[in-house]
Design a binder for this molecule. Structure first.
Ligand SMILES: [Zn+2]
Length: 108
């Protein structure tokens, strides 16, 4: 059940990353084609800002995928739901909110 939830999270993070990567590609192409000058052209500055935002979102989505993969590994080794620091079980509410949590609330 946890595994399914994690796989579902992974799929949605992957879809998000793919969409973001595509938007980022489109922006790169757009800024190259328009020959935008990032410093002096207001439109170029907007593209630069959007690009930075998309890149940050993409990094977050990829981090999420890595976190979920890590949680899946813990499911496989039966250490899922156990705090990495103190070895105590992680509270169910915390796992419900953050299925990929590695530490209990006290250690986080
Ligand atoms: Zn702990």
């Amino acid at each position: 059940m946890v595994r399914e939830e994690l796989l579902r999270l992974r799929a949605s993070a992957e879809a998000e990353a793919a969409t973001l990567a595509e938007s980022l590609d489109a922006l790169f192409t757009a800024s190259r084609d328009s020959n935008a000058d990032d410093e002096h052209d207001p439109e170029g500055a907007t593209i630069g800002f959007e690009r930075a935002q998309l890149a940050a979102l993409l990094a977050t989505a990829r981090e999420r995928i890595a976190e979920v993969d890590d949680a899946l590994r813990r499911v496989d080794t039966a250490t899922y739901g156990i705090c990495e620091r103190c070895g105590q079980p992680i509270a169910e509410e915390r796992l419900a909110a953050r299925p990929f949590a590695r530490c209990c609330i006290a250690c986080a």
